[in-house]
Design a protein around this ligand. Structure first.
Ligand code: AMP
Length: 599
């Protein structure tokens, strides 16, 4: 007997499993399938994407439904169109030897009439996104009043995307005596509320660790003057050259304007909002998924459909009106077990909102400073040096080497390095040299309070030392693990390391000046896996830091290199790669007008 047979699955399903090449059940399948086959029970399963959860509910569902009846017996709700289609495809493969089983996908952005027609033909299993499902129920195009099974897949994601009310509405159209199977990677409070309200003594299974995603988002705020939001946004981007982010604005108009401005300034940006056609939105999302767009500027409603896992930063260009919305926004990062950063650009008058959000999310914010121009230059310089180091040599260059050697003859190594690095560095330096500090003082106690959460409130602001360390995300660190590594290695206390900013191949962190000696001593001739790990005191001791971890191996073509803060923007050359990777295009004339009315 194979392991799948032992779970109690019928022969036709075992044949499909064998065709699919599944050799043995995954952990979630081993745990869930027997429970779901043997009893009519509610189930809460904590399992991440990729654990085989679709099959864990799919096989029992197919085995249990009556294929002779055309009534809809199973409803699967999933957060996104992509996931909805993926589940439908999987279930269709699983049921290939079942006669008469129909699995129909219903989701937004496609013809509702076609979907209604498919349902009418008889669909025992409906896989739906909440928005479209609600719409179809409202129009009487689907009947879920007789379902026996309801699966809530990626429940945490659905709630993150703001589908709580839709789900409640949908569930109120289903019979009380059905079984509900809830699958979620994490168990935030909202999911627990759903489980409590709509489920009866559910059995629980866990694969991996509970709540693994919940604490992986670091929340940061930056206080600036109202007119400095845009330059601040650019500095945050320039501090994180590998950023892959969603930037939230409050209105469609602002969303479009910020995106256009970023594109003009040479960033790989795009806009996502409701005034775009479905086709335009699909194009933007495809570019974003392929990472051709690094900064996706979006409204809250449009961002509901974003199902991308490795977003490094969420930037709140403006805070939302509803605190609840902030939770949905920040939930776009720190997914699938990765860490992420949610940044908020605020004015002083909005600071009370930060407090309200902290209460709501039960997590503290860190008060951070917008990096100074010179800090950005330093980060860009290290980034560039690492990029050069990691660049794979193109052997074709060999053909041209003699001629190149002729040109560069007489320049020694050191000078050559300086020249190479200066090609890019000078652009940043010329731009940021002598730019103003964008930070608005954030009433002393608040700033201190913020620091205390990241580090130690006993440390005076000017007693901090900022360090550079030559390890970063590439070496497997994020801000949490690097903090742990430093703490353990130097034998420091829990709060002694703060303002940890992990970049691609290097990082920064701060300590109290009292710890400097111990740090530098520990990291003298210090090796990890045979490689020297160096720590140096950073040239920019301010340590404002842009926060964040960068993404690996991303290079932004032109991204921000020629970017200029607004006050210096007029009359300057536009970056050649400005509109690359974006659907927007703009004429110089319109640009001038937008600039004046927006800033
Ligand atoms: P899921 O977690 O449902 O998104 O599944 C992730 C992938 O694993 C899907 O492509 C499934 O086809 C595949 N898969 C599911 N169960 C198994 C299994 N027991 N053995 C091998 N692959 C599986």
């Amino acid at each position: 007997m194979t392991k799948f047979e032992a779970l109690g699955l019928k022969q036709s399903l075992l044949n499909a499993i064998s065709d699919l090449g599944f050799e043995s059940p995954s952990e979630v399948q081993e745990k869930a399938i027997p429970i779901l086959l043997e009893s009519e029970t509610d189930l809460v399963a904590l399992a991440q994407t990729g654990t085989g959860k679709t099959a864990a509910f799919g096989f029992p569902l197919i085995q249990k439904i009556d294929s002779e009846s055309r009534t809809t017996q199973g409803l699967i709700l999933s957060p996104t169109r992509e996931l909805c289609l993926q589940i439908t495809n999987e279930l269709t493969l699983y049921s290939k030897y079942e006669k008469g089983v129909n699995v129909v996908a219903i989701y937004g952005g496609a013809s509702i009439t076609d979907q209604a027609r498919q349902i009418k033909r008889g669909a025992q299993i409906v896989v739906a996104t909440p928005g479209r499902m609600k719409d179809m129920i409202g129009r009487g195009l689907v009947d879920i009043s007789k379902i026996d099974y309801c699966v809530l897949d990626e429940a945490d994601e659905m709630l993150n995307m703001g589908f709580m009310e839709d789900i409640k509405d949908i569930l109120s159209n289903t019979p009380k005596e059905k079984s509900t199977w809830l699958f979620s990677a994490t168990m935030p409070r909202e999911v627990a509320v759903i489980a409590k309200k709509f489920m009866h003594s559910p059995q629980e299974i866990t694969v991996g660790t509970k709540n693994s995603g919940a604490t992986t988002v670091q929340h940061e705020y930056y206080v600036v003057g109202g007119r400095d939001r845009y330059p601040a946004l650019k500095r945050l981007a320039d501090t994180n050259p590998d950023i892959f982010s969603v930037i939230f604005c409050r209105t469609k108009r602002d969303t479009q304007k910020v995106a256009e401005k970023l594109i003009e300034d040479g960033y790989n940006a795009g806009a996502l909002h409701g005034d775009l056609s479905q086709n335009q939105r699909d194009l933007v999302m495809n570019s974003f998924r392929k990472k051709q767009i690094q900064m996706l500027v979006a409204t809250d409603v449009a961002a509901r459909g974003i199902d991308v896992d490795d977003i490094t930063h969420v930037i709140n260009y403006q805070l939302p009106d509803e605190i609840e919305t902030y939770t949905h926004r920040s939930g776009r990062t720190g997914r699938a077990g990765k860490s992420g950063i949610s940044m908020v650009i605020v004015t002083r008058s909005e600071l009370r909102k930060i407090k309200a959000i902290e209460n709501k999310i039960q997590q503290d914010f860190i008060s951070k400073k917008i990096p100074t121009g010179m800090e950005i230059c330093e980060i860009q310089l290290y980034h560039l040096a690492n990029k050069i180091k990691d660049t794979k040599v193109n052997e074709e260059v060999d053909n041209y080497l003699p001629a190149i050697n002729d040109v560069l003859q007489g320049i020694d190594r050191e000078e050559l390095i300086k020249k190479i690095v200066s090609v890019e560095f000078t652009r940043f330096f010329n731009y940021y040299n002598k730019t103003k500090d964008l930070n608005t003082s954030d009433s002393g106690d608040r700033a201190e309070r913020g620091r205390s959460r990241d580090g130690d409130s006993r440390i005076p602001a000017d007693g901090n030392v900022r360090y550079f360390i030559n390890v970063g995300e590439k070496d497997g660190y994020d801000w949490m693990s690097l903090k742990d590594f430093l703490r353990d290695t130097v034998n420091l206390g829990k709060d002694d390391i703060f303002k940890v900013d992990v970049k691609d191949s290097f990082s920064f962190f701060n300590t109290d000046a009292a710890a400097t000696e111990a740090i530098l001593k520990t990291f003298t001739e210090f090796k990890v896996d045979g490689r020297f790990v160096n720590v140096e005191v950073s040239k920019n001791p301010g340590g404002g830091g842009g926060g964040g971890r960068g993404r690996r191996d991303r290079s932004r073509s032109g991204g921000g290199r020629d970017s200029r803060d607004n006050d210096r923007n007029k009359g300057r050359r536009r970056d050649r790669s400005a509109s690359k990777g974006s659907p927007s295009s703009s004429s110089g004339k319109r640009r001038t007008k937008r600039k004046s009315d927006f800033f």
